[in-house]
Ligand binder design. Sequence first.
Ligand SMILES: Cc1ncc(COP(=O)(O)O)c(C=O)c1O
Ligand SMILES: Nc1ccccc1C(=O)C[C@H](N)C(=O)O
Length: 429
Amino acid sequence: MNFQNTREFAQELDRQDELAKYREEFIFPQVNGKNVIYFTGNSLGLQSKAAKKYVEEVMQDWGNLAVEGHFYADKPWWDYQERFCQPLSEIVGAKPTEVGVMNTLTVNLHLLMVSFYQPSSKKFKIICEEKAFPSDQYMFQSQVAFHAKSIGFDPKEAIVEIKRREGEHNIRLEDVLSKIEEVGEELALVLIGGVNYYTGQVFDMKTITEAGHKVGAFVGWDLAHAAGNIELKLHDWNVDFAAWCSYKYMNSGPGNASGYFIHEKHHNDTTLSRFAGWWGHNKERRFLMEPNFDPARSADGWQISNLPVLTLAPYLASVHMFAAIGMPKLIKKRDLITSYLEFILHEIDAEIEGTEFEIITPSNPNERACQLSVYLHGQGRALFEYLMKNGVITDWREPNVIRLAPVPLYSSFEDMYEFGQILKKGILG
Ligand SMILES: Cc1ncc(COP(=O)(O)O)c(C=O)c1O
Ligand SMILES: Nc1ccccc1C(=O)C[C@H](N)C(=O)O
């Protein structure tokens, strides 16, 4: 499409946008009496109007029914999580029995590593990406330290990071594959962010998963920046496990629950260790209070505690909205609005001397989703602060990168145009 950097053109794209009406379903913070231009749905998604209704429903049931709500609420609490399985399975490309919600992201990745990182003295290495999100790095370090002494391997050798090549911002697939081959039989686990939080790079999960399996490793994915953002086919890709937070693209609220996936091929595997609790016990027999753990033969078998229902309520509102729309439409708009933002950035960059906006996110549409990370050469933190003051909510990452994520559910094309104008003013004064 031949884009134009005019308000009329952006408004025309909004008129043609079949998802435009969903913007009304969200609450935008106000700056100078106007909706902000919100680019940080990759950090915390906006509150939907439905979220409050779902929470209020639980509050009312709690008030009216108290303990009886577990079984007699409209959406009974004891199996509240089952309402997620169908819609979530569509979002991440899984069978409904392969997904669940519980805890928070890093906690779930730790718990999944209990099952899928069982090192021996010969097979103990973990492949991850260089500069993974810090929480993942700390997780790897602590998992390795936890096992190293009893198994007797050198913790310093255990974590193998895939590096970017000199002068490049993104990791090459060929480098991931050759590292997997090089580590070979010593490789116990590959665990990478499916979409890199800093650059927005989307990894070829199918190919990497296959390569990991070829050398006998488990392969898992941190899908924090992927769930609700990109097409996923976790079942077909034969991924062993994955987890994601729900507060980014899935708009479930700050620090909210994590979704997780465990491939059905593992559901009956009793050799996998796991940390158990009564909510993972055989569902029909859960309330018999039996002494021995009999795990549910599905992803539910990894549940531990009864559910934080109030917390799950806004997440349920969100998955219902995603289910009503479907990922294909979101992805279609995502690609158009991201390309439009890219075009606007190039236009403004070309107009202004002395600046250079280097988009470090891959330009190949197969390797990016809705985030553009922009290196603002010639500009400093003052520009970021100007943007924030003028109603553009973005984030700053050292040394000089802003991340912009136009979210297809609630961002408009006119937002992109307006952002360009504010950016220009911020630079030219
Ligand atoms: C890739 C990635 N992993 C892990 C986390 C941490 O998640 P949590 O604090 O929910 O455990 C985040 C974001 O906060 C993230 O972007
Ligand atoms: N949960 C948060 C709480 C406080 C500050 C940031 C976060 C984020 O989620 C950061 C996000 N993971 C990121 O990619 O930057």
